[in-house]
Design a protein around this ligand. Structure first.
Ligand code: PEP
Ligand code: MN
Length: 335
């Protein structure tokens, strides 16, 4: 499948909670989208893979009828998440158009293969399966999952939702480079976990020349039974459409590397901060034991070890010394 020219927007609540919530979200969303030049797919999770058994697990198969009602009354294709062959069977029987594999299922190739086998045998096929990246940073596993679904003869779209603690742009970049032929969507809701950050994250769609977005939209986000902090109201989503549909950057190739650099800088500074905090604890320990904050032989040992490492990676001893000295000076200042 060639990367779609029309943007693809997969919008709807994290979970289908009630018929009323599903239909009112869909009606409010779609009344704002009349005549849209992009493809809208309405989403809602029937079965929710939650971390805790005490959290809302989704209403299950009952939600499929509500999605079907959205499909028939609002005339949009509908999507739900599947994690087992039974989910696939029930969803296809109910007339669900698109299926998606969530990040937790994507972490388990046996579960993905079971879904793929069911899809291969199914009399009625979905229009496509959306494959989210696994919760852990593993581009090869994501690509492998895509290959499993394709081997069942089903078109695939990839959805980048980041990992637990990082956006992992390098993983999405690799997906884009190795599979430029499949649509790649961004899920800014799970990427940020925060409705306030969704708008900024959506700017990446035109910047990185992505094919669209999957965004969580709820009729009453504050009352949502799952992912309340990250869902938008239908009106908030409508206001963000120009961000998603802005003209694509012609330097997307450069922007991908910049996204990677910005993330690496975040990780470096976070690590520097963590290191400084440990140094503060060392300072307290030394104080209690009447030791001087500066232990020159320890610093020399760290410096020479790192310079030897630097040489094997073509980093000059002067650069290593400059970086380490700056960090060390800040540590001493805090001790
Ligand atoms: C979801 O889309 O509601 C979901 C569970 O997402 P993820 O698998 O990315 O956590
Ligand atoms: Mn969710």
């Amino acid at each position: 499948m060639e990367a779609a020219k029309r943007k693809i927007l997969v919008l709807g609540p994290c979970a289908a909670e009630s018929r009323e919530q599903v239909l009112s979200t869909a009606r409010r969303l779609l009344s704002e989208q009349a005549g849209a030049a992009h493809l809208i797919i309405f989403r809602a999770g029937a079965w929710k893979p939650r971390t805790s058994p005490d959290s809302f697990q989704g209403v299950g198969a009952e939600a499929l009828a509500w999605l079907k009602e959205v499909k028939n009354t609002c005339h949009v294709p509908v999507a739900t998440e599947v994690a087992t062959p039974e989910h696939v069977r029930k969803s296809l029987q109910a007339g669900i158009d698109y299926l998606w594999l969530g990040a937790r299922t994507s972490a388990n190739p046996i579960a993905v293969q079971a879904v793929a086998d069911e899809l291969k045998a199914a009399a009625r096929k979905p229009l496509a399966v959306l494959v989210k990246n696994p919760v852990n940073e593993d581009a090869a596993l994501w690509l492998g999952n895509i290959a499993r679904i394709e081997a069942a003869g089903i078109p695939v779209m990839a959805v980048h939702r980041g990992c637990q603690h990082h956006p992992c742009w390098a993983m999405a970049h690799r997906l884009r480079q190795e599979r430029p032929d499949i649509p790649l969507l961004l899920d800014p809701s799970h990427l940020t976990g925060n409705s306030q950050l969704v708008a900024k994250a959506l700017e990446k769609v035109p910047q990185l020349a992505l094919d669209g977005a999957m965004v969580e939209v709820h009729s009453d986000p504050a009352q949502a039974l799952s992912d309340a902090a990250q869902q938008l109201s239908p009106e908030q989503m409508a206001a963000l459409l120009p961000v998603v549909l802005a003209p694509q950057a012609d330097d997307a190739g450069l922007q991908w590397f910049r996204a990677e650099i910005d993330e690496l800088d975040d990780r470096i500074w976070d690590t520097v901060l963590q290191r400084l905090r440990v140094c503060e604890q060392i300072g307290e320990w030394k104080h209690r034991h009447h030791m001087q904050p500066l232990q020159p032989e320890r610093f020399e040992q760290i410096l020479h070890g790192r310079q030897a490492w630097g040489e094997s990676h073509d980093i000059s001893p002067e650069s290593v010394a400059a970086i380490l000295s700056a960090i060390h000076a800040e540590s001493l200042r805090r001790q």
